[in-house]
Every structure is written in C-alpha cells, then in structure tokens.
Design a protein around this ligand. Structure first.
Ligand code: HEM
Length: 403
C-alpha cells in the first residue's frame, strides 16, 4: 500500500478555503470556474492535497489507476472495499458484484420503485406542501437498498441514521469538530458492521432471494467471499448509494423549481426525462470530487506531483469545463453528448449508476404526473450538507397543486 506523504484527513474533511461562506457552499461553481482558469492544478497546504480542476486532467487521473491509486492511508477504521482497491483485486471483486447489478436486475426493480414512490407521495399529496428531502429523496433510496440487501423494513430508520453519519463532515472547521466526526464515523461503522454480521450469519444457514445471500454464494477463482468481505460491501452500498441518490433526487426537483418553463416542457414531454437527469448530474453533481494517491512522481498541467501525494479531482469543475462542454453554464435539457463525470470514470465507475438513474427518473416522472405548479416554498432557508465533497441541501420544501 502506498503511504500518503501527508495525512489524508484534512483533504477529506475540510472544505477548501475559497468556499468560506454559506452562499459559496450553496453555489460553489463560480469558484471552481475561477480556480480552473487561475490554478488548474494547485497544491493546497491547508488541506495537504493537490486540487485538479480541468476536465482533461481529471479524466486522465481517473483513467490511470496504476499512477493514481484508490488505496488510501486510512485514519478511520474502514474495511477495504472495491472503492479502495486497485487491480488486480479490484477487477475480481468488481466482477462478482457486477453480477448482482446487471441492467436486467436493476430494470426489473422499476415497478417496485414506482410503487414505493407513489406510496411516499400518497402521504403528502393532500397537504399541498412537502419537503422533498425527508418525504421522498431520503426514504426512497434507503428502502430500495435495504430491500435489495434483504434487511427488514423496521430497521430502515437505523440504516438512514448510520448512512448519514458515514458521509458526514464536521460542523465547524476545527480540530475538535474533526475528531468528533471521526469518532462518530468509527462508531457507526462498527454498529453497522455488527448489524450486517448478524444478517450474514442468518443467510449462511438460510439463504434467501437477496443480495447478501447472492454474495455469500459468489466465488473468486473457486474461493467464496468471506464474511468480512460481504459485510464491507454491504456497508459500502449504504455509504455510497444513499446520500448520493438522495441528493440527485433533491437536485432534480430543485432544478425543476428553478425553471418553471422547463417544468412545463417536461410535463408535456416525458421523453426528455432521461436527458434531464443526465444534465442535473452534470450541473449539480452529488459528489463534487474524487480522491486518489499518486504511486509515482508524475507531471500534470506543468506541476510535479510526488509519490504519495493526495490528488483531489474536482468533477464538479470538470463538468463545467468550457473546453469539453458548449455553454457549460447553461442547463441544456437535451445536451448531447453529455460526457459528465458525476459517476466517475474508468474501473471505479459507479456500480450503482443504473440504479441511481432509475430512481431519479421514476421520482421525477411520478412527481410530474401527480403534482402541478411545483414551487420552492418561498421564505424557507436553504442549508447545505456539511461535507466538502457532497453537494446537496438538508431540506427542500415545495408547494404544489395535486391533480
Ligand atoms: C463509485 C457517484 C449512486 C455504489 C462511485 C464513484 C462515484 C459515484 C463518483 C467513483 C468513485 C471513485 O472513482 O473513487 C455516485 C452518484 C450516485 C451514486 C453521484 C447517485 C446519483 C450509487 C448507488 C450505489 C453506488 C445507488 C449502490 C447501490 C457505488 C459503488 C462504487 C461507486 C459500490 C465503487 C465502485 C468501484 O470502486 O468499482 N459512485 N454514486 N453508487 N458507487 Fe456510486
């Protein structure tokens, strides 16, 4: 394993100094534009990492796992998962889990995801008002992943609480707040692992038709996955899949309320929905940046990155790079092509992308079918999620007229 030259923790936890106000955290994109022009590849002493802002450079880094490793010097006791593995182990594990996430498996979930979405909307439709985050965008992915894995419905709230903690950042930019978050993450990760250990135990003796049972029967070169590996993968799905999809759904509805003409256009033309979701992913990517560690000295954009240095690739900036996207500041509902990097690129390309896209499309289609004149509840205040890499808001209240 490559040791990082500097501690990883600050890069992962502390936001860059340029994003020092609430307004900038809610709309960081102009800052990324400035940095992409002024210092497209720069070392940040404060966070002990390189920041990469141009599409071409981000793409190059994600495409080259031999030079830019996903293995990290971890200061939080996390188990190893595909997210933090390099080849050849990564290919083997990814091969196993790919089988559980085939397009067919995911597409077969569509009717069920639609009925969960309808049920969630049934409870709020009569009020003429709802919070997109807590009433739909949070429960939908949690329910879907919990069901996929095979955990009982009564444990969903527990899941949500754990997965929130796993992606949390500190409330303030201080050492104390940082340590507090690390301790909370350690605890949540332990609790979640203990929880999954019990389910894994049960499924070993009594397999069911669920993902955990499937993983327990999978083999790599004649070898079964051990309990640890199955538990680590289950924890990863929660950490990687829930909040990201929540933010995709919320950012989608946010965009809908920001442009009423677009809302009408989509209502009359649901064929535009898949393209709209892709453009939301480009425009408001739920994950803003992806971390790697250099395995050798390497030059990027005229700067010399040293072995062991941390490299943060800003996909949110790459997605608005004018050399790759025409009029990147415009939201173009049917943008083609749209090679955004919201799901990453290369061997670590998001495993859950088909599921996230499906949930986003179904949530949007159902909302457009059932609700009219969707508007942001004026006067309510937006607050952003405290994490340097996650882009989303904590609440998004809307008003509407039901059909
Ligand atoms: C990997 C984003 C939803 C599971 C990734 C990566 C990104 C990403 C950027 C690449 C990380 C890297 O290169 O280091 C997103 C976004 C989502 C989303 C924006 C929602 C809109 C999901 C869902 C699941 C999931 C729903 C699972 C149910 C994973 C896994 C990986 C991953 C397992 C690791 C893949 C590997 O390392 O080979 N995701 N994700 N994600 N994602 Fe997602």
């Amino acid at each position: 394993m490559i040791e990082t030259n500097k501690t990883e923790r600050y890069a992962n936890i502390i936001p860059m100094a340029e994003l020092n106000t609430k307004a900038k955290r809610l709309n960081p994109f102009p800052i990324y534009d400035q940095l992409r022009q002024s210092t497209p590849v720069r070392y940040d002493e404060n966070r002990s990492c390189w920041d990469i802002f141009r599409y071409e450079d981000v793409h190059r880094i994600l495409k080259d796992p031999a030079t830019f490793s996903s293995r990290r010097g971890m200061d939080i006791k996390r188990r190893e998962t595909i997210l933090t593995m390099d080849p050849p182990r990564h290919n083997q594990m990814r091969g196993v889990v790919n089988k559980a996430f085939t397009p067919k498996v995911i597409n077969d979930l569509a009717p069920h995801i639609t009925s969960i979405t309808n049920e969630l909307l049934n409870t709020v439709e009569g009020h003429g008002e709802m919070d997109i985050v807590s009433d739909l965008a949070v429960p939908l992915p949690v329910i879907v992943i919990a069901e996929l894995l095979g955990v009982p419905p009564e444990d969903r709230q527990l899941f949500k609480d754990w997965s929130d903690i796993l992606v949390k950042g500190p409330d303030e930019n201080t050492e104390e707040a940082f340590n507090q978050v690390v301790a909370e993450k350690e605890q949540a990760s332990e609790e979640l692992s203990a929880y999954f250990a019990r389910i894994v135990d049960q499924r070993r003796t009594e397999p069911k038709d669920d993902l955990i049972s499937q993983l327990l029967s999978a083999e790599i070169e004649g070898q079964k996955l051990n309990d640890e590996e199955v538990i680590a993968f289950s924890v990863l799905l929660l950490a990687a899949g829930n909040e990201t999809t929540t933010n995709l759904i919320t950012n989608t509805i946010r965009r809908l309320t920001e442009d009423q003409a677009l809302q009408q256009q989509l209502k009359g033309n649901p064929d535009l929905i898949p393209g709209f979701i892709e453009e939301v992913l480009r425009f408001y990517p739920p994950i803003q940046a992806i971390g790697r560690v250099a395995t050798r000295d390497v030059e990027i954009g005229g700067m010399m990155i040293k072995t062991g240095d941390q490299v943060i690739s800003w996909v949110a900036s790459a997605n608005r790079d004018e050399t790759k996207f025409k009029n990147p500041e415009s939201f173009v509902v049917d943008r083609k092509p749209n090679p955004h990097l919201a799901f990453g690129f290369g061997i670590h390309f998001c495993l859950g992308a088909p599921l996230a896209r499906l949930e986003g499309k179904i949530a949007l289609r159902t909302i457009l079918e059932r609700l009219n004149e969707i508007q942001y509840l004026t006067g309510s205040e937006l607050s952003y999620i405290q994490s340097p890499f996650v882009y989303g808001v904590k609440q998004y209240p809307i008003t509407f007229q039901p059909n």
